[in-house]
Design a protein around this ligand. Structure first.
Ligand SMILES: [Zn+2]
Length: 319
């Protein structure tokens, strides 16, 4: 009988027919929209800041707002949005350029970062992320942030270090508009480019789009600019993206990495157990059965039992 039991109850860890979907609800990609140089110190800046948020809310796209501490003030930010840090003043103290950290010592950079974070936190913002003004942080300086932040998004190339979340360049909003108005031609070319980018995005990599506060400022005042932005978000909303912030993405990634799972095939049934129940995390059982991680009745105490399916449908089999 021993061999019979062994045949029917087979715990399988290797060669798993289960794959975990990267993002909640089997979304194809995490989509994170970011706005750099976010400012709200003067009343007219607060007006623009509010308009950007309203526009994004209408499009149902949350955003990570990289705020310049020296140009920020307390304002109501929707709960689905994130305020993150963009340097201290966006001005290099030695050269006066926008490349705030360029040519500074590690200690000088650290001081500016610490001061900026404290300033934003004194306005009651929760700061867990950073992006360097003018991308002026070198790769070997990212470590300066690790103690006090969950992520840095100052690099534009992918990294194996989960602390670094690369941002996609070019910028969605720059060069579309000048003082004389927004160029329909450039907008059309850029729109085409971004649509193509979204279609060919590498699987598993988050889509982190960069835009700038001043680009929004110009675009929102011009019919062509508004049309361009609407078209872009319409494209985004056609896709099955998990639209989120860098903060939420980073927390999700850390949790997902900590989940372990096992499954047992028992007389045609498949029993999956995982160490932690992450709502919305989808487990795909080859060849195509999907199981949602859920703490509801179908999956009690992080365990799911999948009944065998009919002969016409996909069957459960241990490879
Ligand atoms: Zn900037």
């Amino acid at each position: 009988m021993r061999w019979l039991i062994f045949l029917f109850i087979v715990p399988v860890v290797a060669a798993s027919p289960i794959s975990i979907k990267e993002y909640p609800n089997a979304s194809s990609h995490a989509f994170i929209f970011t706005v750099d140089d976010f400012s709200a110190s003067e009343p007219y800046e607060q007006q623009i800041a509010g308009d950007i948020i309203s526009f994004l809310e209408e499009e149902q796209v949350p955003a990570t707002l990289f705020a310049i501490p020296e140009r920020m003030s307390p304002m109501d930010i929707p709960a689905s949005f994130e305020v993150a840090q963009h340097g201290f003043s966006h001005v290099n103290p030695k050269t006066g350029s926008v490349f705030e950290y360029e040519g500074l010592t590690d200690q000088e950079i650290k001081e500016r970062i610490t001061q900026g974070k404290a300033m934003l936190e004194s306005m009651d913002y929760i700061i867990v992320g950073h992006r360097a003004p003018g991308w002026s942080l070198r790769k070997d300086q990212v470590g300066l942030l690790k103690e006090d932040y969950l992520y840095d998004s100052s690099m534009r190339t992918s990294s194996v270090d989960p602390f670094e979340i690369p941002a996609y360049w070019p910028d969605l909003t720059s060069f579309i508009c000048t003082k004389s108005g927004c160029s329909r031609f450039i907008a059309a070319v850029k729109q085409e480019f971004f649509s193509w980018s979204l279609r060919v995005w590498p699987k598993g990599r988050p889509v982190v789009i960069v835009s700038h506060y001043w680009g929004w400022e110009k675009a929102l005042k011009d019919e062509a600019g508004v049309a361009y932005l609407r078209e872009f978000f319409d494209e985004v909303n056609k896709e099955k993206y998990w639209k989120t912030t860098l903060h939420a993405y980073q927390e999700w990634t850390a949790k997902k990495q900590a989940v372990t799972y096992t499954f047992i095939q028992d007389r045609g049934k498949l029993i999956i157990s995982w160490s932690e129940c992450l709502p919305g995390l989808t487990y795909e059982v080859e060849p195509g059965l999907k199981v949602e991680s859920s703490c509801k009745s179908s999956c009690k105490e992080n365990t799911c039992v999948i009944e065998p399916v009919s002969s016409e449908g996909p069957s459960l089999s241990v490879p």
